[in-house]
Design a protein around this ligand. Structure first.
Ligand code: NAP
Length: 256
């Protein structure tokens, strides 16, 4: 039997990048997948890609903004109507509208970042919990970032929301156990559209001293997300798994 046989997974930001790779991994592992994102055309392309896999699970798409709790509710309701349960929730969508010093951060962009990255995680988890996980159990996986463990010159506030996600992962593991497990993944630099401006022109420099000498792929993160969704991790909750090619395993003072 496949590791996620007939389980039902909801993935925010599932139309591209890391979210889509997780959806592919889950469907290949036997799951029905529900992917949510803002743009219908991205969802349609992702659906076609997912249905192209040689797998049995169904694919459903929902237009929803991760920062809108009523849209989280609608997505979970649609999932319950179609599949009858939510076994896995991946809080993957995030936003990063501000680059600059924390000291100069304006309130509108602070509120937008918190709304999607922090409150979104709570709202989507609550919807999945109340609709299904409180009764049937489940696994929640939050996509944080290694940025939540370090200081960065440009994206300090985004990183602060990722640090909050890691803490809330522990908090929710406490609150939702033993029915649901709640874990996080902290990716390093992954070759997706979100991070293209960071890696595209500097890949050789960025990887030269990285212990594993390459940047991450969405599939690297998806493999970890599959582990944390499956019974192979059934005694793990409240943890953050760092997937960074060894970026945090460098001596202090080693520059690019
Ligand atoms: N790439 C990296 O180096 C890296 C490193 C550490 C952590 N991460 C984290 O990994 C996650 C995925 O990033 P990625 O690199 O895969 O990004 P990506 O390639 O830009 O994909 C983002 C996905 O999220 C959707 N999305 C964006 N904002 C949304 C919102 N408000 N509500 C719902 N869906 C939304 C996008 O579709 P629509 O535009 O149609 O909504 C798309 O499907 C994020 O949490 C990010 O912080 C990424």
């Amino acid at each position: 039997m496949k590791p996620l046989d007939k389980r039902v997974a909801v993935i925010t930001g599932g139309s591209q990048g890391i979210g889509r790779a997780i959806a592919r991994a889950y469907r290949a592992a036997g799951a029905h997948v529900v992917i949510a994102a803002r743009k219908p055309e991205g969802l349609a392309a992702a659906r076609a890609d997912l249905l192209g896999l040689d797998a049995d699970g169904d694919v459903h798409t929902v237009v929803a903004n991760a920062g809108e709790p009523d849209q989280a509710q609608r997505c979970v309701e649609e999932t319950m109507e179609r599949f009858g349960r939510v076994d896995i929730l991946v809080n993957n969508a995030a936003t990063n509208p501000y680059y600059g010093d924390l000291i100069d951060l304006d309130l509108p962009r602070a509120e937008k970042t918190v709304r999607v990255n922090q409150y979104g995680m709570i709202a989507w988890t609550r919807c999945a919990w109340k609709a299904s996980m409180a009764e049937h159990g489940g696994a929640v996986i939050n996509i944080a970032s290694v940025g939540g463990l370090i200081v960065d010159p440009h994206i300090g506030y985004y990183n602060a929301t990722k640090a909050a996600m890691m803490h809330m992962t522990r908090q929710l593991a406490y609150e939702l156990g033993p029915k649901a497990r709640v874990n996080a993944i902290a990716p390093g630099l992954i070759k997706t559209e979100l991070a293209r401006a960071v890696w595209e022109a500097r890949e050789a420099i960025l990887t030269a001293k990285l212990p594993l000498r390459r940047l991450g792929t969405p599939e690297d993160v998806a493999d970890a997300a599959l582990f944390l969704a499956s019974d192979a991790s059934s005694w793990i909750t409240g943890q953050t798994l760092v997937i960074d090619g060894g970026a945090l395993a460098l001596p202090i003072g080693v520059e690019e």
